[in-house]
Design a protein around this ligand. Structure first.
Ligand code: ZN
Length: 248
């Protein structure tokens, strides 16, 4: 059997009977992939811990005719704090779903892989909500939907006067252009600055960002509309969108 190695975060693990699990991985090497893990649900399986969701694991995988299967695996980072807190589980599950919805199978995206791993690591210190919002906008940018925030997304002029945000227009709009799309919503200049920080600051620096509860609610709605607009083009994402309205 031909073997190959991957370093991957387990996004999902689905029971298949007989102690087997189907794993959905997000790997550094090949992006999203499905592999079968035989016997890992059995009580004394040594692989059990390394195939749980939100685990960063080194896999040795054997090529199969239909599905490849796990030959060996070794958990490198288990992220126990994620499983010990319901709110963190919620955010981490959401990140997994987002990666599942945004990425095509078999397409390597190392920046997105590093972003996911770093976000999960930083969640140990708290701040899961802001880390998640930043993950959303950065992930959209990495998938080719970077919002325009430094200038008006429609006319390209510096942002002046009252400001607006519009997913369909691709970002912020100036006072003169907001009428190009009836779905544009008014935002403060401070809100545009927060969105820029969420997009551009490294995840590790976000703790310095102080955001009021009202602003956090608006950011959540704006980014929801933004991702929804780009994900709706893809029917596979619909089930995800249905879940998306629920917290977080
Ligand atoms: Zn404009």
């Amino acid at each position: 059997m031909k073997l190959y190695k991957v370093n991957a975060i387990v996004l999902r693990s689905i029971e298949c009977g007989n102690g087997d699990k189907l794993l959905v991985l997000f790997s550094r090497e090949f992006g999203r992939m499905k592999v079968m893990a035989h016997g890992v649900s059995k009580p004394f399986s040594r692989k059990r811990g390394s195939v749980q969701p939100f685990t960063y694991t080194k896999f040795l995988i054997g090529r199969g005719r239909e599905l490849d299967s796990v030959s060996q695996c070794e958990g490198m980072e288990m992220f126990p704090f994620i499983r010990h807190d319901l709110e963190t589980i919620g955010y981490a599950s959401y990140l997994s779903e987002l990666v599942l919805s945004l990425t095509p199978e078999g397409e390597r995206n190392e920046p997105l892989f590093r972003l996911l791993l770093e976000t999960m690591r930083l969640m140990e210190e708290g701040g899961a909500e802001i880390l998640t919002r930043s993950f959303e906008i950065k992930a959209a940018a990495l998938m080719g939907y970077r919002p325009v925030l430094d200038a008006c997304a429609h006319c390209g002029e510096p942002l002046a006067g009252r400001l607006f945000f519009c997913a369909e227009a691709g970002g912020a709009l100036c006072q003169n252009c907001h009428a190009v799309d009836a779905r544009a919503v008014p935002v403060s200049r401070g809100m545009v600055e927060i969105l820029k920080a969420l997009l551009n600051w490294p995840q590790g620096r976000l703790r310095q960002l102080k955001i009021s509860a009202a602003d956090r609610r608006q950011i959540k709605t704006l980014l929801y509309e933004y991702l929804k607009y780009y994900l709706e083009r893809d029917l596979k994402s619909v089930s995800f969108l249905n879940r998306f309205t629920a917290d977080p």
